[in-house]
Design a protein around this ligand. Structure first.
Ligand SMILES: *[C@@H]1O[C@H](CO)[C@@H](O)[C@H](O)[C@H]1NC(C)=O
Ligand SMILES: *[C@@H]1O[C@H](CO)[C@@H](O)[C@H](O)[C@H]1NC(C)=O
Ligand SMILES: *[C@@H]1O[C@H](CO)[C@@H](O)[C@H](O)[C@H]1NC(C)=O
Ligand SMILES: *[C@@H]1O[C@H](CO)[C@@H](O)[C@H](O)[C@H]1NC(C)=O
Length: 512
């Protein structure tokens, strides 16, 4: 996951004020979020007793219509870092003017993977979360993020690798812009490192204290960390990977350029092998003079790519193989969603870690499972199966892509954050207050001084105005029987494939 060799470059944050920052890309983003003439929406009143008041660039008292769209530009004229948020204009609330319950369309149900929010928060269901537990969670955290009355506050303990922390914070700020007035007061500790740290042993025994609630990007079966979307949804500046919304669109357009059937009938992987033993092991499956496992594997040299302006790593250009391998790095890898988006069959080497959405993926439906302990033969078999069953293989590829295009679009990423944070906040047994060492955080304080790609990606991923739609409806928790049967179904599909591989291998041995 962690790609070495780049270091903390380009992180300089100038405090020079930049006047009248022109918003990029807002237009395209807004069209999908905008208010139509049938929804009479008005921005709410200003925030009482807060340091900045809510105003719109238009006339706030008027109902909005198509020619009167609500969007908020950054005000970068107050360059002084301690005062910059004073120039921020954003409504603190956003309400339907005349909500008519009979005509309001029911909100859509969130995707199934949202149900894991209940599971992830279950360790605190009985006890709630005390300030002491949160303080304990701070031991490994990079930062503490607090929301009080709709305003965000940040206390940094330790900068993360690259700009993981910056883009995670930016993401939560955009959530606040999307749903002003709807994010409850909260207080959380965020750890930006790869590996989950809260061991399940914490829960052992009836009198054992509840575990510390630590937010991070992934977890596994042995840990209780709370999973949250990773920074790359808002951009990964160090390797020039765009925010998820424009990237997803790029991939969709890219997929149109080559039909599945016309793609190279091999399994492709390109990445940095030096982060995990499993990846080094994978390289043994590369085609050679002696053996062809149907795999075409390449080492990503980030330093070289950086010099060449990342021309070789344009993701949308990498969808030219029928099969793409996903393999974890030192923990989960942000490449998973990009690989799934290709319309190719994802050959997923048995993972240990989950990110927030990956628990919604089903083997043989969204991807083809690959053994971690016998990768080469497993890959060879998968490719042969797919080339013999083109229609079905193509469908698996399409289903994986539809999953990320539909269930993992940015709207749902924000809704996942919304529901997770709302449920988390409900568990807090105390009223969050502003930590003495925290600073106020707003989109201006982050984006105005940002430079180069950091700035570009922030502008590309900025939420222009409040969403006219309420978040999707949170599905209920799995009952234990349903959860068990889903996990069993998953396991059965994986075993079925392993069985096929075995028969296939035996067959080959008998008829060489
Ligand atoms: C819609 O916007 C136009 C132009 O700003 C304005 O003249 C008109 O009164 C608005 N209509 C409503 C219903 O607000
Ligand atoms: C920016 O904020 C300052 C301070 O509130 C205000 O005086 C100024 O008019 C704002 N500029 C713009 C372009 O909104
Ligand atoms: C938040 O709002 C409440 C109620 O309006 C107010 O009493 C409190 O002082 C506010 N807190 C901050 C930090 O603004
Ligand atoms: C894998 O094989 C291909 C084709 O021979 C070669 O171009 C590539 O460099 C090899 N990859 C690795 C990691 O050795």
């Amino acid at each position: 996951m962690r790609e070495p060799g780049l270091g903390k470059n380009n992180l300089g944050r100038s405090s020079v004020a930049i006047l009248f920052l022109v918003l990029l890309c807002i237009g395209a983003f807004l069209t999908t979020h905008l208010l139509d003439s049938s929804s009479n929406l008005i921005p709410g009143s200003s925030r009482q007793g807060s340091t900045f008041s809510a105003k719109t660039s238009k006339t706030p008292e008027e109902p909005l219509n198509q020619s009167n769209k609500l969007e908020f530009q950054l005000n970068c004229s107050l360059g002084d870092e301690t005062r910059i948020c004073l120039g921020s204009y954003y409504p603190s609330k956003f309400m339907l003017q005349n909500p008519d319950p009979s005509s309001s369309t029911p909100q859509s149900m969130c995707p199934d993977y949202f149900r894991w929010i209940h599971e992830d928060l279950s360790p605190w269901r009985e006890t709630g979360i005390t300030e002491e537990m949160v303080r304990m969670a701070g031991r490994t955290a990079n930062f503490r993020f607090v929301v009080v009355n709709g305003t965000a506050y940040l206390e940094t303990f330790d900068r993360s690798f690259q700009t993981r922390d910056v883009f995670s914070q930016w993401g939560i700020l955009q959530l606040l812009r999307r749903y002003p007035g709807k994010i409850p007061d909260l207080d959380l500790m965020f750890d930006c490192d790869d590996s989950p740290v809260v061991r399940k042993e914490f829960q052992r025994g009836p009198d054992a204290p509840p575990p510390p609630p630590v937010f991070r990007y992934c977890k596994d079966d042995a840990t209780l960390d709370i999973v949250f979307p990773d920074w790359s949804f808002w951009g990964w500046a160090e390797i020039d990977t765009r925010p998820w919304a424009p990237l997803l669109k790029e991939m969709k357009d890219g997929n149109k350029r080559s039909k599945w059937k016309d793609r190279k009938p091999y399994a492709y992987w390109k990445g940095n092998p030096h982060v995990a033993e499993g990846r080094v092991d994978l390289l043994k499956c590369n085609v050679s003079d002696k053996e062809d496992w149907n795999a075409r594997l390449y080492v990503q040299d980030w330093n070289k790519e950086q010099e060449q302006g990342y021309k070789e790593s344009v993701l949308a250009d990498q969808c030219v193989h029928r099969y793409k391998i996903y393999i974890e790095g030192s923990a989960w890898s942000v490449s998973q969603k990009n690989i799934l988006a290709c319309d190719s069959v994802t050959l997923l080497v048995k993972p240990q870690y989950y990110e927030f959405f990956s628990r919604g993926l089903m083997p043989l439906q969204h991807y083809w499972p690959i053994r971690a302990d016998d990768k080469c033969r497993s890959i060879k078999h998968a490719v042969e199966w797919g080339n013999d069953n083109e229609k079905q293989a193509e469908e698996i590829g399409k289903a994986g892509s539809s999953f990320v295009q539909e269930e993992l679009k940015m709207d749902y990423v924000y809704d996942y954050m919304f529901h997770l944070l709302s449920q988390y906040a409900k568990l807090l047994k105390y009223k969050p207050s502003i930590p003495p060492k925290a600073i106020e955080l707003c989109s201006e304080s982050m984006a105005c001084p940002a430079q180069a790609l950091e700035k570009k990606f922030m502008m590309e991923s900025m939420v222009g105005g409040p969403s006219s739609e309420a978040p999707c409806t949170m599905p209920p928790p799995y009952d234990p029987a349903a959860l068990h049967s889903i996990l069993e179904e998953k396991q059965n599909s994986i075993q079925l494939v392993e069985e096929w591989e075995k028969q296939h291998g035996d067959g080959e041995r008998k008829h060489p």
